[in-house]
Design a binder for this molecule. Structure first.
Ligand code: FMN
Length: 174
């Protein structure tokens, strides 16, 4: 089977995700990139990942980041998502970053922010897979900004879909 890049992207877009902004400071420059590729990796040690396009203008700086933060956006933060997705722009212009206890810049007001030490960077085709070891996180209240089929979405309601009675054993762990 052969397929076009567009078809492949559209198919991948059927995996609904949240939206996060990854942030760091390298050589005094603030970095920030919107990602939907954020994911959990490991509980012990506590690892997370995102994948970063090697074509990103900030790629050369990103791979030097020793620490970074991942902020999962709330549904009201779609404009921040757009801002940190515009290639080549000064994404932080006019914004003051919040700072973790160890000084890593992050986006305030998200659903949760994870603070990470860079643990590994793996080659992944035209992306690099950046793995972070979570050193701390801070949670807030709110509803997530979702991304599905190329569009932002919001949760329709907080009513969960029927879930098996023994779900605690296997579902909630994820
Ligand atoms: C919803 C959404 C999800 C995105 N997910 C990713 C991603 O997982 N990895 C990535 O490299 N770029 C992703 N992007 C695109 C980057 O945000 C964008 O290319 C980057 O900010 C450009 O930065 P630059 O100025 O360094 O080139 C996403 C954009 C949007 C709007």
């Amino acid at each position: 089977m052969s397929f076009s890049d567009r078809d492949f992207r559209n198919a991948l877009g059927l995996f609904g995700t949240g939206v996060a902004i990854v942030t760091a400071e390298v050589d005094g420059t603030l970095l920030g990139t919107t990602v939907s590729s954020f994911n959990s990796v490991s509980l012990a040690p506590p690892l997370v990942l995102f994948s970063l396009a090697r074509s990103a203008l900030a790629y050369g700086q990103w791979i030097k980041a020793e620490t970074f933060a991942v902020t999962v956006l709330r549904e009201e933060q779609n404009e921040l998502s757009n801002r940190f997705a515009r290639a080549g722009s000064d994404k932080w212009a006019g914004l003051t970053p919040a700072r973790s206890d160890t000084g890593t810049p992050y986006i305030a007001g998200g659903l949760v922010s994870f603070f990470c030490d860079t643990y590994a960077i793996h080659e992944g085709g035209d992306h690099d897979i950046v793995v972070g070891r979570v050193t701390s996180f801070r949670r807030d209240e709110g509803a997530p900004l979702l991304f599905f089929s190329g569009r932002y979405r919001r949760l329709q309601s907080d009513q969960p879909i029927e879930t098996p009675a023994d779900a605690d054993l296997w579902l909630h762990g994820w």
